[in-house]
Structure formats: structure tokens, C-alpha cells
Design a protein around this ligand. Structure first.
Ligand code: AMP
Length: 588
């Protein structure tokens, strides 16, 4: 099948042909003809990398009436990165359609400039929910002319706490419209949106619900907890040409792993929420241009990363929420290429692998951590290949050659080759000369010794020992558009605590409360303090009081003031204020 036979117009065909798109991907093959022929709604269950941007982007552009300057298409997506990527793709697809305007609106950047662009007239707006809400409130965007609304990565948007915003935005658009919803997974909340806002949607599933891309090979390595970093290094050393993403659970781990890799001479950098937007943009740019080989990232920071050719996704730790595994691994094997998703697990995490296998409907391959001699051999031949392929710059090196010949003239050809190869190879030989095999096995819970003990704990004792819940106060409430999803996202992403460990949540008008395992108190106070929620600084305190009222502001309206909730302020105003300048956790 060709793009021409799908019914797209010539301007679009010529643009995508120039971009090297020869034939449609499976989702494009199914979605494009349907969307060109029908006015209705559509649900596309597909993850990133399947070609879904063109699957909705091409039919959308095909139906725009350029002579009409009103906004006809609205695309909502979870992150700034994805927003930029979609608008870039749409601009490329429509470059031969004279006068067609696409603009991106997202947070963390000058809103005035975006307002000016919209006022000049745009046919398609690509937006993140937070910034679009802002524009709606300022009455700077008119959605009453929109004919098609596209929700991209709907599950991610709901995960990130944008449920209410999406409802409000959809309610601002005309009743007579088409809604095209794309999501990698179909949790209850996404199904609710489909039920409330879509009429008899046409459903397309690429590769089965939640099923992962067939081009990804899923692997796992088992090591003892303290050997995780060594395991990671060995995997990296065994893959000298890696272009990969390493996922960690918390920002602290991400920074620590990236720091260690950099100190050990790897071409790596971190990407996490403690970095400013400008720093994150710089790191992404560098990674995209292959200026670094390894990006160490948190799940949140890596959302929307759209880089082709990623060879490996390495899970230094598995995601707290196993559903996130699909999002992580989907960063590799894009556009029909092959990729590896490798998890480094501890002996007790075997069950998690089984859980993930059920979700992705695919099996993992257990791999042994590469041994010292395997790594040295791999590095040696990589070096030899590089020497074989290197281009000699005759002009620049020519002037030094007589001296070089003089110094090396006494050696035979074999000796010279051995010496050159050894200059690099010796580094690995030395490092790995005393290295032991660090592969471990998954623990068998029915076994003997400590495993049996662990089994006993799982059955009963652990319940008795379960620490009590601690209650926390948060200075944000409904009036800040704070909700359960946002609270879970901020707390869990900054601390690495699983959502299941967060107990009761009470979102009141001006502030909120939540409960979590007492053992996580220090982690929560240290990591969730001072986060930026849509411009407001989040203050978390330990409290023992229950919310006896839901009305007026107990702290007299001042954020970060001493509210009388519990005693543990850990620096109070000062620490919250100072840290927030550094720690940006914008919703967009
Ligand atoms: P997406 O899932 O939309 O993020 O697309 C993944 C990658 O595949 C992007 O880099 C697209 O440019 C590329 N792509 C999408 N459709 C095609 C196609 N039909 N042929 C070749 N590359 C494509």
C-alpha cells in the first residue's frame, strides 16, 4: 500500500516523500483512510514509535481549509517535548500547503509570544493542557471553531493529573466535532473520556492493547543490590556503540548514577526534574545530536522523548508502577528498527518480571552479566573495527609523519598494530583483571535459609511489622487546581514511593492532607518539599491533625507560613523558598 492510495492530497504526499516516508506504517494504513472518509470519532491504541503522529496529523492537515483563518484542529498532549515534536512534524508534513499555520503552546516559556501567534491566526494548535487552560482563562484562544480535537498519549495526560483540565478543555469545544484519542494503554480513566466525549468511536489497535513493540527484545540481568552499578557498567562496556536511555526511579538516583558514569569516563548526562527547563533542553539537544551516548533519566523527565535510533533502554531500577515499563521500553525500536530493553534486577524482583511479561504479552530473556573476558574481547574488536574504518586526514597528519616514522620505524607491522590496539585495550584489561562474575539468580521463595524466612515474612510477620501511617499537610488545595492525581504524581515521582503506599488523600479548598507509610516520612519531607506546582511552591509538613473543616484558609492565606500543622518544618520558609528556585516541577 502507498500513501497515494490512502487518498491524501499531492502537497502532503510530496512533503512526506521528501521526508523519506515510503509506505504507511500499520496504524497509518488503518487510520488514514478511515479519517479521510468519516467525520466520526476514533480511538487508536498505539504507543509512541508506531507512526501515530502522521496517522492523525496527515488526515487532519488534509481536511484544513486554509482560506478560513479560524482554528480548526486542536491537539492536546502531555509534555512540552511532545508538543514541540508534534508541531514540528505537522509543519514538515504541511510545508507544501501554502498558508497553513501550525503553532505549539506549552508552559515554561513566554506566553505573550504564543498569544501573538494565535492572534495572527492559526489553523492547528498543539498544546499542553496547563498552558491551554491559561490561555482559555485569559480569553486568548477561541475553541468554538474547532472541528477536530486530538488527545495524544491520553493515558499519560491522566497519569500526570490533567483529568479536570481535559474535561474543561473538551467542554469548551463545540458539541459537533470529531475526537481522535490515542493512548498506549486503556485504563479506566481513558475509557471514561471515550464514554463521555465520543460517539461510537472506530477503534484501531496496533499490536494489541498494552502489547509492546515486537521489535524490542526484553532482557533481564540479576545482580545483588549493591552490584547494580557495576552491572550497568558491564552492560555499557559490552555495548561500546550504545545510544541509550538509562532509567532510574528517583531524581536522587538519576543524579547519582549519571555522576558516577561521568566520573568513570562514560559519555553520559542526567535528565531529571531538579534541572531547569533550559538545562533539560540543553541535555536533550546534546543527546538528540548524539553529543552524548547515554541519557540517565527519571520516568517523568523522559516523557515525550522522541529520539530515533535509541539502541537500548536500560532499567537501572524497574519502574514502581509496572505499567510504566511499556512507556520506557517504547523509547527504543522506533520506526521499524530493532532495540533492546534490559532490566537490571535484584534476586527478589523475579515476580515483577513475570508481572511485566503478562502486561506486555511478551517474554524476557535472562542474560548473564557480561564477564570480564567477554567485555575485553568485545572492546578489542570494536577498537580494531574503528581503526579499520577511520579516515586518515593526510593533510593534517602529514607534517607529523616523518617524526612518527622515526620513532616507530624500529617496530614490525605486527608490533605496531599490537601497540596501538593496546593503548586503549589495556585500560579495560587493567580494570577487569580482577573482576568477578557478578551474575546472580532469582531467589526461589520456597527454598532454604533466608529465602524461606522471606517467605514467612510475606505470609504474616510483615503485616504485623507494617509501620503506621503518617499524616501530611500540603499547602495546595482545590483553588490551586490541585487534585489527587497531581498529589500522587508530585509525591511519588519526587520520592520514588509507589502509589499504593499513599493512603487516604483529602483535597480541601485551600490545602490538602495525605497519609503514607511512616517509614517514608524523611523521604517525603526531603524530596517533595518546595516543588513547583503550576507556579505555586508546594510545602509538605508532618501533621497529626485531621481535617475538621473544608472551608477557609487556616494559615491566613499565606503559603509557607507556619500553619500550626505538626512541628517538623525542616527549614520551613527558608528551605522551601530557596530550593524552589532550583527545583522546577512545572506541569508542562
Ligand atoms: P511517532 O510514533 O509518530 O512518534 O513516529 C515515530 C518515528 O517514525 C518518527 O520519527 C517518524 O518520523 C517516523 N515515521 C512515521 N511514519 C513513517 C513512515 N510511514 N515511514 C517512515 N518513517 C515514519
Amino acid at each position: 500500500m502507498t500513501f497515494k492510495s490512502l487518498g491524501l492530497n499531492d502537497e502532503i504526499i510530496s512533503a512526506i516523500t521528501e521526508m523519506g516516508y515510503e509506505k504507511p506504517t500499520p496504524i497509518q494504513e488503518q487510520a488514514i483512510p478511515y479519517l479521510l472518509d468519516h467525520q466520526g470519532d476514533l480511538i487508536g491504541l498505539a504507543s509512541t514509535g508506531t507512526g501515530k503522529t502522521a496517522a492523525f496529523g496527515l488526515p487532519l492537515l488534509n481536511q484544513i481549509n486554509v482560506a478560513d483563518k479560524s482554528t480548526q484542529g486542536l491537539i492536546i498532549c502531555p509534555t512540552r517535548e511532545l508538543c514541540l515534536q508534534i508541531s514540528r512534524d505537522l509543519s514538515d508534513y504541511s510545508k507544501n500547503i501554502k498558508g497553513l499555520k501550525v503553532t505549539a503552546v506549552y508552559g515554561g516559556t513566554d506566553i505573550v509570544k504564543q498569544i501573538r501567534e494565535i492572534e495572527r491566526g492559526v489553523h492547528v494548535i498543539v498544546a499542553t493542557p496547563g498552558r491551554l487552560m491559561d490561555l482559555i482563562k485569559r480569553k486568548k484562544v477561541k475553541l468554538n471553531t474547532v472541528k477536530t480535537v486530538i488527545l495524544d498519549e491520553a493515558d499519560e495526560m491522566l497519569n500526570m493529573g490533567f483529568k479536570e483540565d481535559i474535561d474543561t478543555i473538551l467542554e469548551k469545544t463545540p458539541t459537533e466535532k470529531s475526537v481522535w484519542l490515542f493512548s498506549a494503554t486503556m485504563p479506566k480513566e481513558v475509557a471514561r473520556i471515550a464514554k463521555n466525549y465520543m460517539v461510537d468511536p472506530f477503534e484501531i489497535t496496533v499490536g494489541g492493547k498494552n502489547e509492546s513493540n515486537k521489535n524490542i527484545e526484553h532482557q533481564f540481568y540479576v545482580v545483588k543490590g549493591r552490584e547494580k552499578y557495576e552491572g550497568l557498567k558491564r552492560i555499557l562496556d559490552y555495548n561500546p556503540d550504545i545510544y541509550g536511555l538509562v532509567f532510574c526511579r528517583t531524581r536522587r538516583d538519576t543524579a547519582a548514577v549519571a555522576d558516577k558514569l561521568m566520573a568513570d569516563g562514560y559519555s553520559a548526562e542526567p535528565l531529571h526534574g531538579d534541572l531547569s527547563q533550559a538545562q533539560r533542553d540543553r541535555v536533550m539537544e546534546k543527546f538528540r545530536n548524539k553529543g552524548i551516548q547515554i541519557l540517565v533519566a527519571t520516568d517523568v523527565a523522559a516523557r515525550g522523548i522522541d529520539v530515533n535510533d535509541i539502541t537500548h533502554v536500560i532499567h537501572h531500577s524497574l519502574p514502581e508502577d509496572v505499567e510504566n515499563y511499556t512507556h520506557r521500553s517504547g523509547r527504543t525500536a522506533r520506526a521499524g528498527k530493532k532495540g533492546i530493553s534490559a532490566a537490571i534486577i535484584t534476586p527478589s524482583e523475579g515476580r515483577k518480571i513475570k508481572q511485566i511479561e503478562r502486561i506486555i504479552k511478551s517474554s524476557f530473556v535472562k542474560k548473564n552479566v557480561p564477564k570480564a573476558d567477554e567485555i575485553c574481547e568485545k572492546q578489542l574488536f570494536n577498537l580494531v573495527d574503528k581503526m579499520h574504518d577511520v579516515e586518515v586526514n593526510e593533510k593534517e597528519i602529514g607534517k607529523y609523519m616523518p617524526t612518527v616514522m622515526e620513532k616507530l620505524g624500529e617496530f614490525s607491522k605486527e608490533e605496531i598494530i599490537a601497540k596501538f590496539v593496546s593503548t586503549e585495550f589495556n585500560r579495560f584489561l587493567n580494570y577487569y583483571s580482577k573482576a568477578k562474575d557478578i551474575s546472580a539468580n532469582i531467589s526461589d521463595r520456597g527454598g532454604k535459609g533466608s529465602d524461606r524466612e522471606r517467605g514467612r515474612k510475606d505470609r504474616g510477620e510483615r503485616r504485623e511489622q507494617r509501620p503506621n501511617q503518617q499524616r501530611f499537610f500540603v499547602n495546595l488545595g482545590k483553588k490551586d487546581r490541585f487534585n489527587n492525581g497531581a498529589l500522587l504524581r508530585l509525591i511519588c515521582d519526587s520520592t520514588g514511593i509507589s502509589k499504593s503506599k499513599i493512603g487516604k488523600i483529602d483535597i480541601l479548598n485551600n490545602f490538602s492532607f495525605f497519609e503514607a507509610d511512616k517509614s517514608e516520612t524523611e523521604n517525603i519531607i526531603k524530596n517533595a518539599q518546595g516543588l513547583d506546582f503550576d507556579g505555586a511552591i508546594m510545602n509538605v509538613e508532618v501533621t497529626n491533625s485531621a481535617p475538621k473543616f473544608s472551608g477557609g484558609r487556616r494559615d491566613g492565606g499565606k503559603r509557607n507560613s507556619s500553619s500550626g500543622y505538626g512541628g517538623n518544618r525542616r527549614g520551613g520558609n527558608k528551605s522551601g523558598g530557596n530550593r524552589s528556585a532550583r527545583r522546577s516541577y512545572k506541569r508542562n
